[in-house]
Ligand binder design. Structure first.
Ligand code: AHR
Length: 495
């Protein structure tokens, strides 16, 4: 029997709802087809946005959406995407499949999407191929309420009042597709570009995001932190779970053996080490901890589905992805005191999506159900918790991961939300949970579980879903439960 301790008296920090954020790039069928079909489409839409997708994302509790990239951000010239759609410039999306980008989804459409979703905004600016003036004018266009050339242009394009930009990213992957820069050079550029990202009177202070490291590049974090510590609110780590040995052979999203399943969970668990180590580097440079960590790209990355455009990064999603999401979100929760936001890549039809579409059809992936299950954690207070379990060893990649990974939070009424992931492919886990200084009144529980290969697809879209969970027994100060293999269980505990 594994021991699970929850201490509601140990209040650690608010779990920023933005930890449950998403990312939508002009890449493959994420924006076009997946979200935006245009007003004339036969697919039911409101101002061009798919009704089914918007409703599903709202139901899931999407708190914030990052746009327009990714690598695309450093090639995006925002003025090409405003004004009458028929006059907008067409360009080649060189990063992603070499297809024509007609700019029919631009700034106004993005804010309309976020309005429909009821979510916050995160715009990523262009440092790689854009100018300081261009970035500065974009911020003026979006956020200035007074008399100015860009505010006037916005009004001419039909938007009188400015929008709210919550986060603004100064470049993306500036160590790679965003300009192949060294950290010192990027740090200087960040300071220059950021100077002209103005906070206009009356608009809420924009949170500035500096480009952070690729995985375990601690040197990048140190050097960039030295330059930006007085000027950035957060620094953005990117880390993808790639099961194969290299980028040429990433492995199939659906056809894998048990070892490849464990490689995924053990590689995903590396997030814990990355967060701890990057925070240590950041704290050494900035002991006052002004700068927070965000992870604005994360998730699984496999070879594309056979027969699809390799530049579109379209992949299926199984219970393996659900377990990666469940364990990663528990890790983010546990670092809620320093992790301000995270954005899974990417919302629809790209990489570890929560939604797949095929013309008018839509499928909610196993990952979708994990985000929906975890939404109770959003804005709750993280509390102390600890669970025992054996480690799962992945000898060929010399990594391991605990069999059980949990987190616990409380809402303003003291109700506990606890999510426990059992990543074993074969072994169930008996747990005994004790809640400090508490009398348990009632418990409700739900589960997402299945074979590691289970998935939802267009012919069979309800194989993986959230189900009621009954295999637990309430105790006066906790509960016992048996968590099946490859499962995540949520306990809502009234005290
Ligand atoms: O999410 C796909 C790509 O991965 C993004 O465009 C880029 O930032 C990263 O390399």
């Amino acid at each position: 029997m594994e021991k699970y301790l929850i201490n509601p008296n140990q209040k650690i920090s608010t779990i920023n709802k933005d930890i449950y954020g998403h990312f939508a790039e002009h890449l493959g069928r994420c924006i076009y087809d997946g979200i935006f079909v245009g007003k004339e489409s036969k697919i039911p839409n409101v101002n061009g946005m798919r009704k089914d997708v918007v409703a599903a994302l709202k139901e899931m509790g999407i708190p914030v959406l990052r746009w327009p990239g990714g690598c695309f951000a450093d090639e995006y010239h925002w003025k090409d995407g405003i004004g009458p759609a028929e006059n907008r410039k067409k360009m080649i999306n060189t990063h992603w499949g070499g297809v024509v980008e007609d700019n029919s989804f631009g700034t106004h459409e993005y804010f309309e999407l976020c309005r429909q979703l009821g979510c916050d905004t995160y715009i990523n600016g262009n440092v790689g191929s854009g100018t300081v003036a261009e970035m500065s004018e974009w911020v003026e266009y979006m956020t200035f309420d007074g008399v100015s050339p860009m505010a006037q242009l916005r009004r001419e394009n039909g938007q009188d009042k400015p929008w709210k930009v919550k986060y603004f990213g100064v470049g993306n992957e500036s160590w790679g597709c965003g300009g192949n820069m060294d950290p010192e050079y990027y740090g200087d550029l960040y300071k220059r570009y950021n100077t002209y990202v103005r906070n206009y009177d009356g608009c809420e202070k924009i949170k500035r995001v500096a480009c952070g490291p690729n995985g375990d590049d601690y040197h990048w974090t140190k050097e960039v932190m030295e330059k930006v510590k007085h000027k950035a609110d957060c620094i953005a780590l990117h880390y993808y779970t790639v099961v194969g040995d290299n980028w040429e052979n990433k492995g199939s999203a659906t056809e894998f053996n048990t070892n490849e399943y464990y490689r995924a969970v053990c590689k995903a668990y590396k997030m814990e080490e990355l967060i701890r180590n990057h925070l240590a580097v950041m704290d050494a440079v900035n002991p006052q901890r002004w700068v927070q960590l965000i992870i604005d790209e994360w998730g699984t990355w496999y070879d594309v589905e056979p027969g699809t455009n390799p530049g579109f990064l379209y992949q299926q999603n199984t219970m393996r992805d659900a377990m990666v999401a469940a364990l990663t979100l528990n890790i983010f929760n546990k670092h809620a005191d320093r992790v301000m936001m995270a954005n899974i890549a990417q919302t629809v039809n790209v990489l570890q999506s929560v939604i797949l579409t095929d013309a008018e059809k839509m499928v909610l992936t196993p990952t979708y159900h994990v985000f929906k299950m975890y939404k109770d954690h959003q804005n709750n207070t993280l509390v102390g918790s600890y669970i025992t379990s054996d480690d799962i060893e992945c000898k060929d990649i010399k990594r391991s991961c605990p069999q059980l990974i949990e987190s616990a939070s409380i809402d303003e009424n003291g109700t506990i939300c606890s999510t426990v992931a059992n990543v074993s492919a074969t072994k169930s886990a008996k747990i005994k949970c004790q809640i400090a200084d508490s009398k348990v009144k009632s418990i409700t529980a739900s589960i997402i579980s299945g074979d590691i290969h289970d998935k939802n697809d267009f012919d069979n879209n309800n194989v993986v879903a959230i189900q009621e969970f009954n295999d637990y027994r309430k105790l006066s100060d906790g509960f016992t439960a048996t968590i099946p293999p490859c499962a995540v269980v949520k306990f809502i505990i009234e005290r």
